[in-house]
Design a protein around this ligand. Structure first.
Ligand code: ADP
Ligand code: MG
Length: 701
């Protein structure tokens, strides 16, 4: 066969994806949204899961209650009204090689004329078989086109974004396979032999074109080993580097720890006190502090940060508090400015824009000691930066951390809520000291978490209004579907849900304001509103001028309004566990009991499982472990961490053993060859350098 594009036969892993047939500017932009820019990125793309079509069932052999996957042709079908108003029943007879099966859908009126299948369609269905009036049936089956012979029978399911389809990704991967020849294996052969792991090109092939599922496991383990080895080496170098660099030791104190505590409106919890003591010890050394304060939402991590900030400032240094959102920055500023001022510390809020030169001048003239703000604070000029605090650090990856540490040789304090479970933290934070705040301040009641069927919305609104009448406030959160990655599930019923209720915050706001919640004061908050307006709304909510906040996940992290008692999450099955837990953490912060109401009609078993977990526990660490088990670290750590350097492939707890093995191997390897200068470690050195440039940049060679 003739190559269509010149050079197509010579693609290498370093080429951009536009070298592939059928990938133009538009496709390239879509691919970049899932982290794929080069052919290498594509080859390393991690499937979310696999669909195994190798064992198709036949209707004749099925029993009610069984889960099955079948392929057949739609022989007959019809749609009729049901007794319920506005609900139509669509039935189809699916003819397979051996026997027939009835497929059933309940459709809203607007979809009645557009049934999910047509006569003559060859389809693949999956679901639970039950006993119906016409024999065996499947209600609302998972439905898709059966794989073609060239796709094979075990299909990887990739993450998608708007406009991307699985089929297209499969085609791209097929076309990219020849580039495998140019992919260098970073792991020396002797280590692979010792661990019994396949080569990189074998693993990549098995990842995307497996013949059986065991191959996908072997491939995943191999890639997890590679990542863990890389991280372990980077962490070891980073740790070593800390021991040789110098920063200002903050040995002075104007207040004793007790005196400082007496300025607070509460007593420190034991966990907070331990963390504060550790921070004090760290900062009094001339080696840079690198400490993670790890505690569940609401455990009071900010208070620990304020101690560190105070300590830096009374020692004549400047401090920075970096937050992931503007809302959070403003909240910290409003809450803590007076506390800091009491100790003679002057604080500025910086959210970008043209205020930079003014703040720079103030910093230069020593009129400001602390800057609180978003990423923009990293662009300012500090003359005496002594401390960098990063709030909600779990949103950043190993790489960003390395970048910050390199750019700001100062004491570093990271605050993080749950999303990284302990087992994972040990790996990703190998170069960091960790303080855990295990318990929340006393007197907090746990949040009453319930699963609400979408048909019960009226009760829900009545309940919210009752809470509002009692002087409390509420959030109603809507999924922000556009910017989210679709989780590889092309939901057949998305339209149905949309028909019943507005799914965007904006539409819901209009609907609720005019309808069910018109007696309350509603506010609207989402990320596409002008920032000033966002801040105004948040301020109004915090100060009680808004009763119910209709919003997106912009309020997910850090927001602290103790008077809010109700958190309603619409389409709760769409969110990951960590995110649900963060959202729930917005209520139950005061003395009154909190409620978290998860509105969902789960579309997938995983969605239902997540809601079950949320109802069963309030323990952030447990939820994080569970999240890791259900989704894997690639998903848990989110898109900010995507890339083949970080722990994306490992599955927990299954791969813990291979990860430990990688850490041990890294230890031995570095003892023999501390800078990876031996020729047989050349590829590994280059790999680590490419994955963690900032961490390596600090390496004293
Ligand atoms: P997070 O760990 O989620 O960042 P915050 O620092 O926002 O938690 O604190 C949550 C709430 O708990 C705040 O309203 C804060 O005033 C309060 N808080 C913090 N420490 C204590 C304490 N030791 N006792 C009582 N309340 C506290
Ligand atoms: Mg916080």
């Amino acid at each position: 066969m003739q190559a269509k594009k010149t050079g197509e036969t010579h693609i290498t892993v370093d080429h951009p994806v536009t070298r592939l047939p059928g990938v133009g500017k538009v496709r390239a932009r879509q691919l970049s949204k899932i982290g794929v820019v080069t052919i290498r990125d594509l080859l390393y793309l991690r499937p979310l899961r696999y669909e195994d079509f190798s064992c198709l069932a036949q209707p004749n052999q099925l029993q009610p209650g069984e889960n099955a996957t079948l392929v057949g042709v739609v022989r007959a079908m019809g749609t009729r009204r049901t007794r319920r108003r506005g609900v139509f029943l669509c039935e189809a007879a699916l003819r397979c090689d051996e026997g027939e099966l009835v497929l059933i859908w309940f459709l809203p009126a607007r979809l009645a004329s557009r049934p999910p299948v047509a006569i003559g369609d060859r389809v693949l269905v999956a679901g639970t078989v039950s006993h119906g009036v016409r024999g065996l049936q499947m209600v609302h089956p998972y439905l898709k086109k059966p794989p073609t012979a060239e796709q094979g029978v075990i299909l990887p399911v990739y993450p998608l974004t708007r406009g991307l389809q699985q089929r297209f990704l499969h085609k791209c991967l097929n076309a990219a396979m020849p580039a495998l020849a140019t992919l260098v294996d970073p792991i020396p052969a002797y280590l692979l032999r010792r661990q019994g792991l396949p080569s990189l090109s074998q693993a990549v092939q098995w990842t995307h074109h497996p013949i059986h599922l065991q191959q996908t496991d072997a491939a995943r383990m191999r890639l997890a080993y590679q990542e863990a080895l890389g991280i372990a080496i980077a962490m070891s170098w980073s740790r070593r580097n800390r021991h040789v660099s110098n920063v200002s030791a903050c040995q002075g104190d104007t207040l004793s720890l007790q005196q400082w505590e007496s300025l607070l409106p509460y007593k420190l919890t034991p966990g907070q006190r331990e963390a504060v003591v550790a921070v004090k010890r760290d900062m009094e050394r001339s080696q840079p502090m690198q400490r993670l304060v790890h505690g569940d939402v609401g455990s009071g991590k900010t208070t620990v940060a304020m101690y560190a900030i105070t300590k830096a400032c009374v020692n004549g240094m400047q401090a920075v508090l970096l937050t992931p959102t503007r809302i959070l920055a403003e909240q910290h500023y409003v809450r803590w400015q007076a506390h800091l001022a009491e100790q003679g510390i002057r604080t500025a809020l910086h959210l970008g824009g043209n205020a930079a030169s003014h703040i720079n001048k103030q910093l230069e003239q020593g009129e400001i000691d602390v800057v609180i703000g978003t990423q923009a604070v990293l662009e300012l000029t500090y003359s005496r930066l002594g401390l960098l605090v990063v709030d909600e650090q779990h949103r950043f990856g190993v790489r960003q951390r390395g970048y910050l540490a390199q750019r700001y040789p100062a004491h570093c304090l990271y605050l993080s809520a749950t999303p990284i479970p302990r087992s994972l933290a040990l790996i990703l934070w190998g170069d960091t000291d960790v303080s855990v705040i295990a318990a929340k301040p006393a007197g907090r009641t746990s949040v009453d978490t319930r699963w609400i069927s979408p048909t019960k919305r009226d009760d829900l609104y009545r309940f919210v209004l009752k809470e509002v009448a009692a002087g409390h406030q509420a959030y109603i959160v809507y999924p922000r579907i556009e910017e989210d990655l679709v989780r590889g599930e092309e939901s057949l019923f998305a339209e149905e849900t949309a028909a019943q209720t507005p799914t965007t915050a904006e539409a819901a706001f209009q609907y609720l304001k005019a309808g069910p919640l018109h007696t309350a004061r509603l506010g609207l908050l989402h990320g596409r509103m002008p920032v000033q307006q966002q801040e105004e709304v948040m301020r109004d909510f915090a100060q009680g001028r808004i009763d119910i906040l209709i919003c997106t996940t912009v309020i997910e992290v850090g927001v602290d309004v103790p008077n809010a008692t109700v958190m309603i999450i619409e389409e709760a099955d769409m969110y990951g566990l960590a995110q649900l837990h963060q959202l729930r953490g917005r209520v139950g912060r005061g003395d009154a009991p909190g409620y978290c109401l998860l509105v969902a009609n789960p579309r997938t078993p995983q969605g239902a499982e997540r809601i079950r977990v949320m109802r069963s526990t309030d323990d952030g660490f447990l939820i994080a472990e569970e999240d890791l088990r259900l989704r894997g670290p690639g998903e848990v750590l989110g898109t900010q961490q995507s890339g083949y350097g970080e722990l994306m492939y490992a599955r927990f707890p299954d791969d813990l053993a291979i990860i430990r093995a990688a850490q041990e191997d890294a230890g031995v390897l570095l003892q023999e060859d501390p800078c990876l200068s031996q020729p047989r470690h050349q590829a590994l050195l280059e790999h680590v350098r490419a994955c963690f440039p900032t961490v390596i940049g600090q390496l004293p060679q």
